[in-house]
Design a protein around this ligand. Structure first.
Ligand SMILES: [Zn+2]
Length: 211
């Protein structure tokens, strides 16, 4: 496929002290250790959880013998992909919602009503994904799943993460898909090369196809 490198949508979340994080996590801190004109340079110390803002989840999050975030092949994070329109779902994405969509790529983004949430506070009733729907995606051979909230599930459960990460499926969380129409794109997502841990902050963009 042919993609336009000048036409892209940034689906990353801004990362700063106001970024909405999981209810039990601390807000990100951007500590100004030095600021001009008092100091010769502007220098900032960053202090936040590995799952703050847009990030890649590694299987190591739940399985200590599986890939850490730096071990995820970058081929999982670059390539043709598809945004699926699930914005009609009111509570939980079920198999039937996914079956209505012709899924053409093994990298997919689940665009839900979460993308329209202003993210001023953690929404306990955010749109989720059912275990059956997650297993359906596994059976389809999906290798990368992007989502538009901190987590697929409510109340701190890791059931859906378990289904995906057990298969070493690559998860991209906290995306902002509001401007991404449901269609095919080329994904470019590069997590920072922090080593040996469960997740890594990332920048994610979708390139448009050439007309
Ligand atoms: Zn995460």
């Amino acid at each position: 496929m042919n993609f336009n490198l000048e036409k892209y949508i940034d689906i990353s979340m801004e990362l700063n002290a106001n970024t909405l994080v999981w209810v039990e996590d601390k807000a990100p801190e951007l500590i100004p250790l030095a600021r001009q004109p008092e100091a010769p340079v502007n220098f900032t110390w960053l202090n936040f959880g590995a799952h703050a803002g847009t990030h890649v989840d590694a299987p190591y999050y739940l399985f200590q013998e599986k890939w850490t975030s730096d071990q995820i092949p970058l081929s999982r994070l670059m390539g043709p992909c598809q945004v699926l329109d699930l914005t009609q779902v009111e509570s939980c994405i079920e198999i039937e919602d996914l079956q209505q969509i012709e899924i053409k790529h093994n990298k997919i983004f689940l665009k839900t009503k979460n993308s329209f949430d202003p993210l001023l506070e953690f929404h306990g009733q955010h749109i989720t994904l059912s275990a059956k729907a997650a297993k359906y995606l596994v059976a389809l051979g999906i290798e990368t799943v992007g989502y538009d909230y901190q987590t697929f599930e409510r109340g701190g459960s890791n059931e859906i993460h378990h289904i995906f990460l057990n298969e070493s499926i690559t998860l991209l969380d906290n995306l902002r898909l509001i401007d991404a129409e449901a269609k095919e794109y080329f994904l470019m997502c590069l997590p920072i090369k922090v080593t040996g841990i469960d997740a890594a902050p990332a920048r994610a963009i979708l390139f448009e196809k050439n007309a």
